[in-house]
Every structure is written in structure tokens, then in C-alpha cells.
Design a binder for this molecule. Structure first.
Ligand code: PEP
Ligand code: MN
Length: 339
């Protein structure tokens, strides 16, 4: 059971603190919303215990309302203002747009550096790349592991781009955290609740992909697993879902972008690469995502897609990445974003 304690505009910090203490004394947890005007305290706990609390009578409290949705802290009700996440100095969310690009998998130091330089030169904001790869076949290339993370970190040192990389297994969390700026949860792990809870304590922003068969509501509940543990920096990613359509690898659910933005304050990005599965659709799907209100695009680029170890057919060649980025960033600017 959860509810929101909405404080009066004039409530003092001491009154807020007293409410939080009272909630915690009952064994429930209190989460302070970071909305600036009115302070809201989210209360999550046992129904019996929290409905008995005389919160409405406490000084500074305006009213108490129940949150009926299955996700709470990630909901717009709990926080009206957009969450803006600061990733090592790069902002995403609110008015801030981020282009996140790089190869599917880290292969060599030269490959990742070439991609990072192309992303940087094109005005991109973060470098993506996989070192721990969730491959459908156990015989396919599984990624370079820590060696790949070191190659990415070297590319960050050269370009200044923060790095986004997938963590597949809670056992790899320390090593991934020691190199990454953003921890990606892949589409196959959207509902790996143990991993999500660990990421909630990792102290790094998380990019959570929507699974090919998860609903928006399930995605928001997955995000709640992370936020509930204290990590509010979650970026959601629409990367295409499984439908009857076979013309594309997955169907980019463009509607998910405004649907999520209405329901939640968290930033949303689209991944046109894994939805399209082919290069000729990457630009139109990117533009569709931006036009629908996405806070960023996560896209694959490779210096030599023909020889890529993974996802070559959907990768934008670095040679034309500048042209691609110009279109995407141009539309984001048109949509009123800071890029
Ligand atoms: C990726 O981003 O390279 C990836 C494996 O994506 P997804 O989890 O969406 O399939
Ligand atoms: Mn990929």
C-alpha cells in the first residue's frame, strides 16, 4: 500500500522531517519527492500500519492521498516535474536531449576509439558499447568482458564522452561500475528483479530497456524496483517490441514514448537500431522517436559495419554518422530541446 503526504506550501523542513520520522517509526518507508514547490512524501508500507498513522493531523500536512497505480515513485503523481539526470556532466531529461551512440559490441581499442571520435565530432553526448553481451545463441560472440570495459574507458579518456554499457549479471556489477558511467539493463533482463534491486544500490544512473514482451506498465514497475532501493536516476528505453510484423526486427512502439511521459517523470530514449534491425530504417525511426517527445536516442554506429561482430546490418557507418546526427539533433532542437 502506498500513499502521498502532500505538505502545505509553507511547511518547514522540520515539519517534513517530523512526518518522515513518524512514517519510519511505523516500519514504512518515506521517499521525499524532489518537486520544488510543494513537498510530497511517498509512503510505502503495510496497509494496516500506514492507514492508522494520524498524518493528516500533523503540522505542515495539507492532505494525504492514496497512490492506486502499481508503480509509485516513478509516477507523475508522485513527482510532477521531469527528472533530469546528470551523467558525469551530461544532462538528460526535462529540456535536455542526449544522443548516445557507439558500437553494439566493443571489439578492439581502435574500433571503439574510431566510433567514439565520430560520435564526439557529430555532437553526440555519450558513448555506448557492450562488453558483456546477451546473445540469443550461446555460440555467438559473448563480448570481451573487462577488457572491453577498459577499451571503452580509454575512449572516454580520449573524447570525454561518458560511457553506457550493459551489466548482465549482478556478479559483474563491481567491475562494470568501476568503468561505466551508466549501467544498461538489456531487453532480456527488464524483469530480472534481483539485478534491478542491485542496480538500485549501485550509485550509478541506469538505462533500463523495455523487454520485447513487456507492457509499459511492467516497464514502469521494473523501474520502480530500482528507484525503490534509492536510485532515482533511471532512463527508460523503448527498443521495439515483438509483434506479428516481420518486416522489422522488432516494432518500435512510438506511442510508448508519450504514454510513458504522461505516466512517469523519468526520461525516455528510443533505440532505433534494435527495433529496425536494418540501416535504412534507423534514421526515420530515430526522427519518429524524437518527434514523439523522446529525451534521447540510443543508436549503434561502427567504423566498419560489414565486419562487425554483432549487429552490423543495423549499424550506422561512422563515415556517415555526422549526417545522421545532424538530422536527429536538428529535430530535437526544433522540438525545443537543448542538445
Ligand atoms: C544492445 O543494446 O546492444 C542490446 C543487446 O540491446 P537489447 O537488450 O535491446 O536487445
Ligand atoms: Mn546490438
Amino acid at each position: 500500500m502506498s500513499m502521498m503526504v502532500i505538505m502545505q506550501e509553507t511547511a518547514t523542513d522540520a515539519e517534513v522531517a517530523r512526518v518522515r520520522e513518524r512514517v519510519e517509526e511505523s516500519g514504512a518507508t518515506a521517499h521525499l519527492s524532489s518537486d520544488e514547490v510543494v513537498k510530497v512524501i511517498g509512503v510505502i508500507g503495510d496497509r494496516e500500519a500506514i492507514t492508522q498513522l494520524p498524518l493528516e493531523a500533523m503540522p505542515g500536512v495539507d492532505r494525504v492521498v492514496a497512490i492506486l497505480r502499481p508503480y509509485k515513485l516513478v509516477s507523475r503523481e508522485f513527482q510532477r516535474r521531469d527528472t533530469v539526470i546528470d551523467v558525469s556532466g551530461v544532462k538528460i531529461g526535462g529540456d535536455h536531449f542526449a544522443l548516445i551512440a557507439g558500437p553494439c559490441s566493443i571489439e578492439t581499442p581502435e574500433q571503439v576509439l574510431a566510433a567514439a571520435r565520430a560520435v564526439k565530432a557529430a555532437g553526440g553526448h555519450m558513448l555506448r558499447g557492450g562488453a558483456f553481451k546477451p546473445r540469443t545463441s550461446p555460440y555467438a560472440f559473448q563480448g570481451l568482458g573487462e577488457e572491453g570495459l577498459r577499451m571503452m574507458a580509454a575512449a572516454r579518456d580520449q573524447t570525454g564522452l561518458p560511457i553506457v554499457t550493459e551489466v548482465l549479471d549482478p556478479r559483474d556489477l563491481d567491475v562494470v561500475c568501476s568503468h561505466a558511467d551508466v549501467l544498461q539493463v538489456g531487453a532480456r533482463n527488464t524483469q530480472n528483479f534481483l539485478l534491478l534491486a542491485e542496480l538500485g544500490k549501485a550509485g550509478k544512473p541506469v538505462l533500463l530497456k523495455r523487454g520485447p514482451s513487456t507492457t509499459v506498465e511492467e516497464l514502469l514497475m521494473a523501474a520502480e524496483y530500482i528507484v525503490k532501493e534509492g536510485n532515482r536516476d533511471v532512463i527508460l528505453c523503448e527498443r521495439g517490441i515483438r509483434t506479428f510484423e516481420t518486416a522489422t526486427r522488432n516494432t518500435l512502439d512510438v506511442s510508448a514514448v508519450p504514454v510513458i511521459k504522461l505516466a512517469s517523470h523519468l526520461p525516455v530514449v528510443v533505440d532505433p537500431s534494435h527495433s529496425a534491425g536494418r540501416l535504412d530504417l534507423v534514421l526515420p525511426l530515430s526522427l519518429a522517436g524524437v518527434a514523439a517527445g523522446a529525451d534521447g536516442v540510443l543508436v549503434e554506429t561502427h567504423p566498419n559495419p560489414e565486419h562487425a561482430l554483432c549487429d552490423g546490418p543495423q549499424s550506422v557507418p561512422t563515415a556517415v554518422f555526422g549526417e545522421y546526427a545532424e538530422r536527429v539533433l536538428g529535430l530535437a532542437r526544433w522540438a525545443g530541446k537543448t542538445v
